[in-house]
Design a protein around this ligand. Sequence first.
Ligand code: M6R
Length: 620
Amino acid sequence: MCGIVGYAGARQALDVVVEGLSKLEYRGYDSAGVAVLADGKVAWEKRAGKLANLTAALAQSPPMAGTVGLGHTRWATHGAPTDPNAHPHTDCGEHIAVVHNGIIENFADLRAQLQAAGHVISSDTDTELVAHLLEDEVAGQSAPGAGSLAAAMRAVCQRLDGTFTLVAVDARDPDVVVGARRNSPLVVGRGHGENFLASDVAAFISFTKQATEIGQDQVAEIRADSVTVTNFDGTLAQVRDFVVDWDAEAAEKAGFKWFMTKEIAEQPRAVADALVGRTDAAGRLMLDEMRLTDDELRQVDKIIVLACGTAYHAGLIAKYAIEHWCNIPCDVQLASEFRYSEPILTRTTLVIAISQSGETLDTLMAVRHAREQHCRVLSVCNVRGSSIPRESDGVVYTHAGPEIAVASTKAFLTQLVSCYVVALYLAQVQGTMFASEIDTVLDQLRAMPGAVEEVLEVMGPVREVARELAAEPCVLFLGRHVGHPVALEGALKLKELAYMHAEGFAAGELKHGPIALIEPGLPVAVVVPPPKDMAVLHDKVVSNIQEIRARGARTIVLAERGDAKVAQFADTLIELPVVPPLMQPLVATVPLQVFACELADAKGHDVDQPRNLAKSVTVE
Ligand code: M6R
């Protein structure tokens, strides 16, 4: 939530910062602002609304020349998304400008203390307090100037409770941008004669691919020609450098109307990439980033999957594969509930944390809790160097490439594939499957990019029905077995993009209550299990479809190609390729993504930036 950029170099900071913000807008889009240092002063501009409002205002303002600056795109926590609450915030002397991602929990106490000391607080935000705290710290130093902003930031951070990434500039220390992080993301981009601070590498990838992770409770001071990272206590920090493994073009729309449509279309490639390099020369599975030893994995007797939102749905599906292939009990929990449910954890419990961003605070806190209880934690993440993999014992990266649209699509499919690979690896280590059986499943997975491609080629009827239903107030989704989480995911997509009431149900539960919702014309999308391999469940779902049709529902049926038994009960039939039951979610989810995307587009919504949401949820 919130995107932050800082720049020190030779280019015009405003251009670099605004370009960086355009790449980070997916993180929050309530308001945006920039600040640039020039002529011993800090100049700033900020506007409520999307980045376009800020750029329009900048076009009307006097030019902001200067080679050191920062910027912010906001997802509001403290204070409504208004011009005064937009970041950056300044101190009373207007020397210092600060941007922030996170929540400062001791906000009320600090505000009272600052007001009592005579500071004039002009916004409702927690962030502005940091500008005033920095003001006092810098003033308390013997010689404001070189090095003082970083020292002040270290001191201020120690007074803050909560989560924060902070980036600040001080007109009296004009070559420097300082960033700090606790529980929120911050990375350094290292260029030639220029350096960057950002919430995400996307902000600087068009300038440099060389990056440095900033750890927990660390402060980074960047200048055009240097980067210094210290711990909050002032000691030099150990840092980890990495090279970003995707190109700037990957974060462009490339002719698609929306990032979401592009990311849906990229799924065959993403699924293929998630499988690259998973076997050794002898064809045995290997997970080189896993970092957990086979001995540790052999002892695992219980698995808990933790995740939020779409990643949670991936976990619900993975449970079927894990239990089937590994014969290990698997529980899937919402990361936000985990700590509060008094989970029973032992040293032989393996926690699998799934997160696209690797920054979801609910999931990060759950990971910390599990590790405190001596569990081993393996994360399944997309963003390299993000907090969750950093704090896990091992990681399997999903290799989906940058996912910019707020609604998760290719991340979901690659999470599924990666979880399946983890399950197969566990089965290999624990000996619950023969090598030949693992090979068979790997071959099935390798066929998935082709199957997803096939689905994408026949999305015409899905788009058509989505447009027809744009005025409906509600859509229900039904499924069984792995089709149930697919139904949940279809409903989530529709809620977040089309702002429609949408619910996913286990089809067997219909008669226990939800059937009361059925009335003439109500659209119900049903994921039908494969007729041969899941004949019993298939027939039960076909009966469910008849039951809802008898009550007037309009049925949108997702069924295996050639499934004659169900076709007659479909008002709209969406045919899926013939795949094994555990692979069906990989093909059945895609039409539901397209459905939600098209319906939202038909309603005139911003598909990539749905209201009230942000891509990376870094507050609890
Ligand atoms: O980055 P994460 O995978 O941890 O994010 C978890 C959820 O916030 C995320 O999946 C969210 O539900 C998506 N917007 C759904 O499309």
